[in-house]
Design a binder for this molecule. Sequence first.
Ligand SMILES: C[S@@+](CC[C@H](N)C(=O)[O-])C[C@H]1O[C@@H](n2cnc3c(N)ncnc32)[C@H](O)[C@@H]1O
Length: 372
Amino acid sequence: MMRLTAKTFHGLEDVLAEEVKSLGGKNVLVNRRVVTFDGDLKTLYRCNYESRLAINFLLPIHRFQARTDDELYEGVKQIRWEEHLDPKKSFMIQFTVRSDHFKHSQYAALKTKDAIADYFRDKYGERPSVSKERADLIIDLNIRDNKVILSLNSTGQPLFKRGYRHVMGEAPINEILAAGLIALSEWDKKSEFLDPMCGSGTIPIEAAMAAANVPPGVLRKFYSLIRWNNFDQRIWDEVKDSAVDRITDRIPRIAGSDAHFGMVKKARINQTNLEDYFRLSFQNFNIKELIAPDPGSTIIMNPPYGERMSQMEGIKNYEALGDIMKKQFKGSTVWIITSDREDIKHIGLKTSKRINLKNGPLDCTFRRYDLY
Ligand SMILES: C[S@@+](CC[C@H](N)C(=O)[O-])C[C@H]1O[C@@H](n2cnc3c(N)ncnc32)[C@H](O)[C@@H]1O
């Protein structure tokens, strides 16, 4: 058993905790942008291949306190690095440093790298190389105040790099955030699903992947854990095969539409990368002219917001959007994510749930409206 850490975006911690439990994680605890849990190799592999809501999965290997560069250097040297790395392999350091003791985070990372290189040189007379592109081992350095945590990153490229989104619009939503909205919406994956401002199609594609049980890793070629010393090919293959066996083609109608045909084309291109599993309908409609979905549908939309709000096509403000929703989406549940916290108050509809989220640097609200 290992104690593992999953990182995610602000606001998705609780849904990630549920997901990690469903993938075999035990003693799951929630913290800010982080979920920690116990898991064996199989759980770690399932999490990497099947998690829609985590950015990456880390294995912490050493915690210590440091206030100076020398203390950091000595602390890093305490680890028996030969258990994870050898001089023939390469490594890289990724870092998050929030500390008055280490004002130059880059320098703290450099000290960590030097400590690892010197550890090997002192003991074996040669040292592993540093590689930014295809390192065999990614070491995560986290310093908060004087607390240092060194972890191995089992994922590598963050998990939102699913491999299907080849083309994007101006303000695409992150794939993990899109999957998070779907999880938070509690959509049953059986009733109709619609995104009437779908841009490059991220939200409908994530909805379809979730409904069809298509593992988010299905197109991904590489995970760092494959290069770990304890990599077990048999378990990895078992995990992937069993996830692929659970794919179903029995999914409800899932559709996207957008006022710009250029966007619709992008959404169509992106979904072709998953056409072995599903075909969605992406159409060129202004939300005002949309053919109403069946009552009981779930609608999630990500309108242009912040400085882009004026780009809502033919819709002056949120009050006008609210009027369109009343007319078009009777009997359905509509969720909107926006950073326009003040403007959305004028939508003229009763909010039945509100959740705080972050989209990149933007503080957002995700609001639910039940339309009768
Ligand atoms: C923030 S983007 C959506 C991004 C999308 N979630 C993605 O991942 O690519 C907002 C989209 O709303 C569309 N849009 C703006 N006004 C619209 C309207 N009246 N009807 C339909 N789509 C509209 C824009 O063309 C744009 O693609």
